[in-house]
Design a protein around this ligand. Structure first.
Ligand code: NAP
Length: 295
């Protein structure tokens, strides 16, 4: 049996089409969505990622302002976020990590207005998700759901094992899965006998950041595996958390790394920004899509 490859490209294309429709509706009323990305590092990987957001925004007709303030301190960053919250022309705020030494990231993300928190960084966004209120989920967590739904993998009533409990991936993903009536096991580094959970699951999502953590012995026959992990192996290659050579022959479907979850993330960030702008537009009394768009 050859496992189906759950590639991100068609999923990202579908999301971009959704954004394009909303952008067009906004444009017809002379309204442009705008994202601000706050970058306080000179980190190369970050610079590459930010360029990919700028490029994706440009292609979709979304304005993208990058505020480069290398080595900014707590106070300057807090002031920057507050100013962006108050700027009516800005609809989405991304505080890019890593942040300079000594900066308390948790305090800063709490400042981001949840209505502009397009990457679900403010704990209020996670809290709202967990009680079923509208909120933006972190783009990575939602990418997993978009992939599962695009490929029509059933979730309701299914056992999903999520390996990883971070606030950006594992925890919000667990909430999104619960909303879809999955039964969720959240596993982490202190879980004893991880395979007990992953072999019992019909869907396993790996978000641990440990290359080769999931092998063929750890999965159920004909289950589905989504690999969120991004690790660099000894040869400098990007690899996930899944030992694909042993997992692939056993499972029904597997998302690749690269080419899986990561491919969808930026498209979703842009969609969130456009949804935020549409929401503002609706609130200001003009035509727009309802808040129910955000999930
Ligand atoms: P993180 O904050 O380091 O969290 C990792 C989680 O995995 C923690 O909950 C940790 O448990 C758990 N874990 C670590 N080793 C484990 C083990 N041996 N067995 C079981 N659980 C283990 O990482 P993150 O930010 O959530 O990211 C997770 C992965 O996704 C990383 O590889 C990251 O690069 C990748 N990622 C990809 C994208 C994308 O767009 N593709 C975006 C974001 C992140 P404890 O809580 O007990 O420490």
């Amino acid at each position: 049996m050859t496992a189906q490859r759950l590639t991100g490209k068609p999923v990202a294309e579908k999301i971009r089409a959704q954004s394009a429709q909303l952008v067009q509706a906004l444009r017809e009323q002379d309204f442009t969505a705008k994202i601000s990305v706050v970058v306080a590092t000179k980190n190369e990987a970050t610079a590459w990622y930010v360029r990919s957001i700028e490029k994706a925004a440009g292609v979709q007709g979304v304005e993208c302002q990058v505020l480069r303030i290398p080595d900014a301190g707590q106070e300057q960053l807090a002031e920057t976020i507050t100013a962006l919250n108050n700027d009516e022309t800005v609809h989405g705020i991304i505080l890019q990590t890593p942040l300079p030494d000594g900066v308390d990231a948790a305090k800063l993300v709490e400042l981001i207005d949840p209505a502009k928190d397009i990457d679900g960084a403010n704990p209020l966004s996670l809290g709202r998700l967990s009680v079923g209120q509208p909120a933006f989920a972190p783009a990575t967590a939602r990418s997993v759901i978009e992939i599962l739904e695009h490929y029509e993998i059933p979730l309701a009533g299914e056992h999903v094992a999520v390996v990883g409990r971070s606030a950006v991936v594992g925890k919000p993903l667990a909430q999104l899965l619960l909303q879809r009536n999955a039964t969720v096991s959240i596993c982490h580094s202190r879980t004893s006998n991880l395979a007990h959970f992953t072999t019992a699951a019909s869907v396993t999502v790996m978000a641990a950041g440990r290359a080769n953590l999931l092998t063929g012995d750890d999965v159920a026959e004909s289950s589905v595996v989504i690999d969120v992990g991004t690790n660099v192996d000894g040869d400098g290659q990007l690899v996930g958390d899944v030992h694909a050579a042993s997992v692939e022959p056993k499972v029904r479907a597997l998302s690749p790394v690269p080419g899986g979850v990561g491919t969808v993330t930026t498209a979703l960030l842009i969609l969130h920004a456009v949804q935020a702008a549409t929401e503002v537009h609706a609130l200001t009394g003009r035509k727009g899509e309802p808040m129910a768009l955000r999930r």
